[in-house]
Design a binder for this molecule. Structure first.
Ligand SMILES: *Cc1c(COP(=O)(O)O)cnc(C)c1O
Length: 371
């Protein structure tokens, strides 16, 4: 689905020398590379504080811990996302309240959020799925009206712009009280192992987040809170700093591939190409088609036989996952999500495509859906 080896080849000299420097000076943990990446990411995102951590799942968990959410508090999130979003809610014994998504953008439906609010609701976790921002103007309005926190799960949309109706342009992940991201290798800004980060513009929250990621400790060996150990290591930070400089270029390469796919599939009545909402641009973490009257399994097998990867993000809605079955929910509760789980297919998308490869992928997809 991605070509990380091809991408590495182009930055090999720079990456190898940065890693070698850390191996030599042994600043593996909290070295200068971490601070440098943190500062550069703050600048890139236009956000006051970036708190690096060990992965995107930790970022979400730490955010909820720093907001002092308590067992029984309700957290509203989408039924169509990667499990990590709901997992940390469950782990902290908060109550996940799921809502359906918009059928065009696959992002959380603000009207459904409003309907799900109860006196126990404490936070909303929108996920900027596949690379475009959720409707943050509406979500922030709802949050303000009901006095709720907003934690953005920005693991898939780093670099995407949100165009607010007040005329400002903000980076996805910097609009809510806290934003979370993942630097998993295949994410748009990925390292060569695990990594994550938390964003906020609030000084007090930033301090609390820094305490939670560091064992609940402000003064060394004095633990005022129960925290976790979640760090971005120096080698990963050095790799990320090199890739951050190229992030906009990488995004352009993804957009080129997505536009190529869009053009090729435009005429097919069996394939619905991604729809970008007017209030955001798209960084195409995934390129996801909705199929119509297509045997999806057979299409995937056909592509596989031609050496083309494809994937289903996501095959099972959160409320139908075995570990998350809950008497509050049943099949049919989230019809948009359930229909997407049955019909979506994601094609390879990355930074290293050439036109011949894109042509090869599209012609093989079209060959199958024409039959
Ligand atoms: C990847 C991802 C995460 C988790 O990131 P990890 O670094 O793998 O823990 C969380 N939420 C979403 C939507 C993701 O895509």
């Amino acid at each position: 689905m991605v070509d990380l080896a091809g991408q590495y080849k182009k930055i090999k000299t720079e990456v190898d020398s940065a890693i070698e420097q850390i191996l030599t000076n042994t600043s593996f943990i909290n070295g200068p590379a971490v601070k440098q990446f943190q500062t550069n990411l703050e600048k890139y995102l236009g956000v006051k504080h970036v708190i690096p951590c060990a992965n995107g799942t930790d970022a979400l968990q730490v955010a909820m811990m720093a907001l002092n959410l308590k067992p029984g508090d309700e957290v509203i999130t989408t039924s169509f996302t990667f499990i990590a979003t709901a997992e940390v809610i469950a782990l902290l014994q908060l109550t996940p309240v799921l809502v359906d998504v918009d059928p065009q953008t696959f992002n959380i439906d603000p009207d459904a959020i409003e309907r799900a609010i109860t006196p126990k609701t404490k936070a909303i976790v929108p996920v900027h799925l596949f690379g475009q921002s959720a409707d943050m103007d509406r979500i922030m309005e709802i949050a303000e009206k009901h006095n709720l926190y907003v934690i953005e799960d920005n693991a898939q949309a780093i670099g995407a712009d949100f165009y607010s109706k007040d005329g400002s342009i903000k980076k996805a992940g910097t609009i809510g009280h806290i934003g979370c991201t993942s630097f998993f290798p295949s994410k748009n800004l990925g390292c060569y192992g695990d990594g994550g980060a938390i964003f906020t513009n609030d000084d007090e929250l930033a301090e609390q987040l820094r305490i939670v990621v560091n064992h609940g400790m402000k003064v060394r060996y004095y633990h005022d809170y129960v925290g976790v150990n979640s760090r971005l290591d120096s080698i990963q930070a050095a790799v990320l700093d090199i890739k951050l400089k190229r992030l906009d270029e990488y995004t352009e390469a993804r957009r080129f591939a997505a536009n190529y796919y869009n053009t090729a599939f435009a005429a097919s009545d069996k394939l619905k190409t991604p729809v970008t909402a007017a209030f955001t641009n798209h960084v195409y973490h995934q390129y996801t088609l909705v199929t119509h009257c297509v045997n999806r399994q057979k299409l995937m097998e056909h592509l596989q036989s031609k050496g083309i990867s494809s994937a289903i993000y996501y095959p099972v809605p959160l409320h139908m996952q075995k570990a998350y079955l809950d008497p509050r929910y049943t099949r049919g509760d989230f019809p948009v999500t359930e229909n997407l789980c049955k019909t979506v297919i994601s094609l390879p998308i990355h930074t290293e495509f050439d036109v011949e490869t894109l042509e090869y992928v599209t012609s093989n997809v079209l060959e199958f859906v024409r039959d």
